[in-house]
Design a protein around this ligand. Sequence first.
Ligand code: GAL
Length: 637
Amino acid sequence: MNAVARRALGTCYYPEHWPEEIWREDARRMRAAGLSWVRIGEFAWSRLEPAPGDLHFDWLDRAVETLADAGLKITLGTPTATPPRWMLDKYPDMLAVDESGRPRKFGSRRHYCFSHRGYLGECRRIAGLLGQRYGADERISAWQIDNEYGCHDTTLSYSGAALSGFRDWLAQRYQSPAALNRAWGNVFWSMEYASFDEIDLPNSTVTEPNPAHSHAFRRYTSDQVVRFNAVQAAELRKWTNAPLVHNYMGRILDFDHYKVGADLDVASWDSYPLGFPFDRIESDTETRAFYLRQGDPDFQAFHHDLYRAVGRGRWWVMEQQPGPVNWAPWNPAPLPGMVRLWTWEAFAHGAELVSYFRWRQAPFAQEQMHTGLLRTDSADAPALDEVRKVANEIEAMPNAGTAKAPVAIVFDYESQWAWETQPQGADFDYFNLAFSAYRALRRQGASIDILPPSIADLSQYELVLVPGLMSLSDELQSAIERADARVVLGPRFNSKTREFQIPDPLPPSWEGIDIQVALAESLPPEAQVDVAGGGGIHRWLERLDGDAEAVLHTTDGAPVLVGDRVQYLAGWPDEVLWDRLVAGWLDDAGITRIRLAEGLRVRDTADRRFVFNYGSTKASFESAEIEPGGVHWTPLP
Ligand code: GAL
């Protein structure tokens, strides 16, 4: 579908926030700035249905007409992230409940529990009503379902609805309490159950709950998000052929995005490069200061590649930061040029659309300090000029798409839950492990694909990294066996069964690499184990038994990397070691490394090499001098 989409720009607009008299002029100015898409409606439930069954579509009809008349394509959102106040009178128990048992009340947004059947029915109903009214309307070019699943920590809920849903889910999965007891090892600490109705949610226990219990709850919860989305998707598909989209967030890992994405046509995400660094990215204060007004040079790229996989090739940025946001602990302004740079980085990774959040800054309510493309007084905000510039540049480079990367990282949501449940070391974090590998590859100029653990074909890759994968599926095992690529497994690879037990035989249990992980230790920040030749292992180190010859070992002679085409990595490399390892793997695979000055990053499309300067000083690349915040492109070498 849509093999050569055209790169496009858009914005997020809230007609219900503004007097109707200004809609037309707003729409005209959007078009004049080079925007061709507008997203509306995703929080408007209280205006669409101010009281149960009292439907008001007239204003939305007029908004659609005004925006479409100006030549804008419309993404219409279902408003299910913001149920109106009356919904609570109908379903007082629909709120999510936090881990300590407190309901998360009305007065902001996302105040619902994914397990609540009554609320799910209301979402199906409103999606159906919108579908019925606008589904065949060609002015609606896409649909967004809900808004940012999981944002504000709203995936996990310990409500009554979650409890009864979890018990049903367990009964279906295990069939008998005896089977569940065996699978979880409940003989330990006399945790055995005689009936599914005895099983509680894994919160408020005296000390940690059984990890198998926690993991089952994580899986159950993820399934509720998938179902919630699938119900609305199925409802909308009765009425429309337009693509269905969800806007995911950065580093939200509590549900399996690949599974949600399987029911949609396009993945999108909300990219806030200056909001993320303070709470979502591990870095030291010096590095953060260096990138203060530019954002992390790899975090957005990682998510672009991740959501390209979630969208099975089709993906957008639904919300792009245009200036200071309101929600981070500190909210700096971007360096001039960064809005353009972020936009082109997304396009270089294959985005079809980059849409800015939001059109006009709101003078009221929670986000009044969040900038838009217009100020509250309707004057142009600084980003608008950069948007115009990108719009002009797109004319010369209209086609969306990116290159097939030669390198891939397998990224798995279940492994995130597993190592959150059982980190074993305070800083063992799956996302950070995968991201540290990704960063190392980017530092060498590599273009990267991120792959789901269900990937069945690796034949197009030269190098595949599989860090921290909890359990190996048959599918991935045979894909690795059939591939020609260098594949690097570990650390912590295949170290749990699907039921969260230590497997027998011991991991990695890979035919052809004659080793077993005999012991694993986690290391505090002050401890680092040096590796012969430079760099070291921190956080996590495994001791290997077996005969396989080490390619790399610690200065004490313990194996760190073993194997041949398929290798096993027995620890968490520090930055120096990652750089060494990645350089070696890329050289072996015949992938040219690119020398990059500090702050520069590269992404190849099918015909161009894009170079981005995230640094705060000028940097040279080949014969070009790139300003801070600058973008440079050349034909592919
Ligand atoms: C996103 C959200 C938007 C808006 C924005 C502010 O997380 O989807 O509705 O709140 O953040 O940065």
